[in-house]
Write a protein that binds this ligand. Structure first.
Ligand SMILES: Cc1ncc(COP(=O)(O)O)c(C=O)c1O
Length: 376
C-alpha cells in the first residue's frame, strides 16, 4: 500500500458544481437564497416531516431543539452516555440535568431497557441518538415517552436514509435533528437540519436560528437566539447530495458488506451488526471493537494502522467520563461499563463515500495484520 487512506472523503460529482455556480452567478450566497427553502422542503419531505429548518451544523440543531423545548433548570433528560458532546452541551448550559444510560453491547446504541427506571418527576424528555448506522430500538422509547408524557428529541445526525421498521429515521422526535458534516451520508460542508411536525416548535426554531429577530421590531428581542443560518451555497450542495441519497446508502451498504466479508474471521474483532429485526445497517462508519485478548486497545491499534497508511478515528468518549463534567461535579461515581469498554477498545476504519473496493481490501488486510501481530 502506498497512498494514505483517509478515514473519510466525500463524493461531490453530481450536481454540486452546477448548483454552486448558480449561487455565484445569481449573487445569492447568504441564507436568503432560494436553495435554502428548497433544501428544507425536500429534506423534510424525504423524512416524512412537515417542517425543515436548515441550520449551520448538527450541534446547533440540537442546541436549538433543547432551547425550543424549554429544557431548563432542573429538567432531566434521559440520554445515552455513549455519544458526542453536541447532544449534552445545551442541556447543561441551560441548567438541565442529563441522566445517562449505558449502551447495548451489540448495536452500541442506548440500552432502552434502562430508560424507564431513570424516570422521575423532573424528567422532561428522552433523547434518542442513533449510533454509527443502526437505529435505536425506537418503539419502546416512544411507548415510554407517551405513557410518561415526555418529549422525544431524536438526534439522527448519522442516519440519513435509514429506516426503523420501514419508517424514516428523523421522523420519530417531537424534534429530530441531522448533521451534514462531510463524513455524513449527505453533506453541505458544515450544516444541519431540524425537523418537526409541530407548527409552533418550527416557528420557535426558525426564530432561534435567526437571533430571535422580530418581524415588526427587528432589533427588539424577547428571547436570546443564535445566528445558526445555513447559506445558499451550503443548501446548493445539500440539494445535489440529497438527489443521490439512495445511491449513497446503497454504496455504504456494499462497503459494509465487503468489510464484513473480509473481516468476519479476524480473531478478537467485533464488527457492526449487519442488521437487527428493525433495520439494516447503513454503516455511517464501519466501527470495530478489538478484544482485550488481542493485546491491543483502540489507541494502539489506531497507531499501528496509521503506520500502515490507514486513517482511523476513535469511538466516542462517554459523557459520564468527560473531564468537563467531572470537574463540575456531574456523574460522580457513575459507571456505564459497556460504553466505557467500547470507547477504550473501539475505533472506526475508512468508510467515506469515495472509498474504493480496493481500498477496503487494503484496510481489511492491514487490520488483519495488526491483529495477527504481523507488524510487531
Ligand atoms: C450523533 C451526532 N450528533 C451530533 C453531531 C454533531 O454534528 P455537527 O458536527 O454537524 O455539529 C454529530 C457529528 O458527527 C453526531 O455524530
Amino acid at each position: 500500500m502506498t497512498d494514505f487512506i483517509p478515514v473519510n472523503e466525500p463524493l461531490l460529482d453530481g450536481n454540486e458544481r452546477k448548483y454552486l455556480l448558480q449561487c455565484i452567478e445569481t449573487g445569492w450566497i447568504s441564507s436568503e437564497g432560494p436553495f435554502v427553502k428548497e433544501f428544507e422542503e425536500k429534506f423534510a419531505a424525504r423524512m416524512g416531516r412537515k417542517h425543515g429548518i436548515a441550520v449551520s451544523n448538527g450541534t446547533a440543531a440540537i442546541d436549538a431543539a433543547i432551547e425550543a423545548l424549554n429544557i431548563g433548570a432542573g429538567d432531566e433528560v434521559i440520554m445515552p452516555t455513549f455519544t458526542i458532546i453536541s447532544c449534552i452541551s445545551q442541556i447543561v448550559r441551560n441548567g438541565g440535568v442529563p441522566v445517562l444510560v449505558d449502551s447495548d453491547p451489540l448495536t452500541w446504541n442506548m440500552d432502552v431497557t434502562q430508560i424507564e427506571a431513570k424516570i422521575t418527576t423532573r424528567t422532561k424528555a428522552i433523547m434518542i441518538v442513533h449510533i454509527f448506522g443502526l437505529p435505536v430500538d425506537v418503539e419502546p422509547v416512544l411507548d415510554i415517552a407517551k405513557r410518561h408524557n415526555l418529549k422525544v428529541i431524536e438526534d439522527a445526525a448519522e442516519m440519513h436514509g435509514q429506516t426503523y421498521k420501514g419508517k424514516p429515521c428523523g421522523s420519530f422526535g417531537d424534534i429530530s435533528t441531522f448533521s451534514f458534516y462531510p463524513n455524513k451520508h449527505i453533506t453541505t460542508g458544515e450544516g444541519g437540519m431540524i425537523l418537526t411536525d409541530d407548527d409552533a416548535l418550527a416557528e420557535t426554531c426558525r426564530s432561534l436560528r435567526n437571533l430571535c429577530f422580530q418581524a415588526q421590531k427587528r432589533f427588539v428581542h424577547e428571547r436570546l437566539g443564535w445566528n445558526m443560518r445555513m447559506t445558499n451555497m451550503q443548501a446548493a450542495l445539500g440539494l445535489a447530495q440529497l438527489e443521490r441519497l439512495d445511491e449513497f446508502v446503497e454504496r455504504k451498504r456494499r462497503m459494509g458488506a465487503l468489510y464484513t466479508e473480509l473481516l468476519r474471521d479476524a480473531p478478537g474483532l467485533q464488527l457492526p451488526l449487519p442488521n437487527t429485526n428493525y433495520a439494516e445497517n447503513i454503516y455511517w462508519v464501519f466501527g470495530v471493537v478489538v478484544d482485550e485478548s488481542s493485546g491491543l486497545d483502540a489507541e494502539s491499534a489506531m497507531k499501528k494502522l496509521a503506520e500502515k497508511g490507514v486513517g482511523t478515528r476513535p469511538f466516542f468518549y462517554p459523557m459520564h467520563l468527560q473531564p468537563v463534567f467531572r470537574k463540575a461535579g456531574l456523574f460522580q461515581g457513575e459507571e456505564h461499563q459497556v460504553a466505557a469498554r467500547i470507547s477504550q477498545q473501539g475505533f472506526y476504519v475508512p468508510s467515506g463515500m469515495a472509498l474504493t473496493d480496493s481500498q477496503v481490501r487494503d484496510v481489511a488486510e492491514a487490520v488483519k495484520q495488526i491483529l495477527n501481530g504481523a507488524n510487531a
